[in-house]
Design a protein around this ligand. Structure first.
Ligand code: ADP
Length: 179
């Protein structure tokens, strides 16, 4: 069933989520360029505006102030045509997104990518465990309607290309809704 009978003329809002290192920024930036969408990296937006409430020593990362982030993004999201990149999905209003992509990556690939990024010890093993336990997939499934959430592999450059093709095909179909 069509979720949105009047597609936004500026395009859909697409969330790209997944464990850090799965390839969200790589896919998100490329998709935004090819499909002429606006790319929003939520981590960078929070850093730029200092939308944090202290530091989580255990996870070794700053604690995001969800309300400040959501308030900042609201107007832009209402315009449509955004690709949002974040390793979480339950902080956003469900109504924002027409499609939620959850990227998945094999352990070995993810381990190498995160090690290259300088992760080690607990931070590295926590992220690998997050992927094994499919934490971000579960979070997306709990936060959005079943038909909106799509899990895609992100291990190779071929995966990247086929993901881009699939999403662009989905966009063409989405644009025909209500016509
Ligand atoms: N489909 C893919 N195939 C091979 N390498 C990839 C793929 N997607 C991303 N990468 C690589 O994995 C690393 C992490 O990607 P990145 O987009 O920064 O992940 P995230 O935004 O999820 O943290 C980068 O070095 C990137 O080049």
């Amino acid at each position: 069933m069509a979720r949105n009978m009047n597609p936004n003329p500026n395009g859909p809002n697409i969330l790209i989520t997944g464990t850090p290192g799965t390839g969200k920024s790589t896919l998100g930036k490329e998709l935004a360029e090819r499909a002429s969408l606006n790319y929003i990296n939520v981590g960078e937006l929070a850093q730029l505006n200092n939308y944090f409430d202290g530091y989580d020593e255990e996870r070794q990362c700053p604690i995001l102030n969800d309300d400040q982030v959501v308030d900042e993004m609201e107007d832009t999201m209402q315009q449509g045509g955004n690709v949002v990149d974040y390793h979480g999905s339950d902080l956003f209003p469900e109504r924002w997104f027409d499609l939620v992509i959850v990227l998945r990556c094999d352990n070995k690939n993810l381990y190498d990518r995160l090690e290259n990024r300088g992760y080690s010890g607990k931070k590295l093993s926590d992220n690998i465990e997050c992927e094994i336990m499919q934490t971000l997939l579960e979070e997306a499934r709990e936060s959005y309607a079943e038909e909106v959430v799509v899990e895609l592999p992100s291990n190779t450059p071929d995966d990247l290309e086929s993901n881009l093709d699939r999403i662009q095909l989905w966009m063409e179909n989405w644009a025909k809704q209500g016509s």
